[in-house]
Design a protein around this ligand. Structure first.
Ligand code: SAM
Length: 213
């Protein structure tokens, strides 16, 4: 099978089959060559139904979780979005097909640099990679219509809630270092509505409003 066939099979059997119906998300997942974001020796497992190591003790998330988090943001295409935890750059590439402008921030410089190179090679000019502590958000680019935290937080960082604009949504795994629940927070003026979804297991968010390193 070529990679497009593997991506199509992944979308049908892992994502649509589990109830993701947002056609824009399904199409974005078909279009991004996931194998280019997975280093050897795991590249031949790139379209499998689990997370994979990307070096530096970090992971690229399971395809279904990437799709679920993107669909919870409910993007229409004209949004400015922040991702915390660039990792391989894969989820940022998916978001690039769903939003107008994507900012993604990673604390490990080597991962950020590799991701930026991959995203540039794919011609995804609406993604901007930053290096730093994303638990503080990205005040110089705020506000955002969507924020996605791709690392486990003990609680949702207050600076990130404040960088949402009215009606904006934040999706994050929140809980202990071992397991978390996906939460979606929606801004309504100066209060935030919280909904809970699936159980997940992410690597920790390390930083001022996350866990200690
Ligand atoms: N979205 C990524 C992808 O598509 O490959 C997967 C992200 S991986 C599960 C979590 C990432 O969050 C790791 O690369 C880790 O270094 C990063 N991270 C952890 N704490 C962070 C922080 N405070 N700011 C920015 N990145 C952070």
């Amino acid at each position: 099978m070529n990679w497009q066939e593997l991506a199509e099979k992944m979308v049908q059997t892992q994502i649509a089959a589990r109830g993701i119906t947002d056609e824009r998300v399904l199409e974005a997942m078909r279009r991004v060559p996931r194998h280019l974001f997975v280093p050897e020796p795991h590249r031949n497992e790139a379209y499998a139904d689990y997370p994979l190591p990307i070096g530096h003790g970090q992971t690229i998330s399971q395809p279904f979780i990437v799709a679920l988090m993107c669909s919870l943001l409910g993007l229409q295409g004209d949004e400015k979005v922040l991702e915390v935890g660039t990792g391989s750059g894969y989820q940022a590439a998916v978001l690039a097909h769903l939003a107008r402008e994507v900012h993604t921030i990673e604390r490990i410089p080597a991962l950020a640099e590799q991701a930026a190179q991959r995203l540039a090679e794919l011609g995804l000019e609406n993604v901007h990679v930053h290096i730093g502590d994303g638990s503080l958000g990205l005040p110089k680019e705020a506000p955002f219509e969507g924020i996605l935290i791709a690392a486990a937080a003990p609680r949702v960082p207050q600076p990130l809630l404040e960088q949402l604009n009215e009606g904006g949504r934040l999706v994050a795994p929140v809980g202990s270092r071992g397991w978390q629940v996906l939460e979606r927070w929606t801004r309504r003026g100066n209060s935030w509505e919280r909904e809970t979804y699936d159980s997940v297991a992410f690597v920790p968010l390390i930083g001022e409003h996350g866990w200690e390193g």
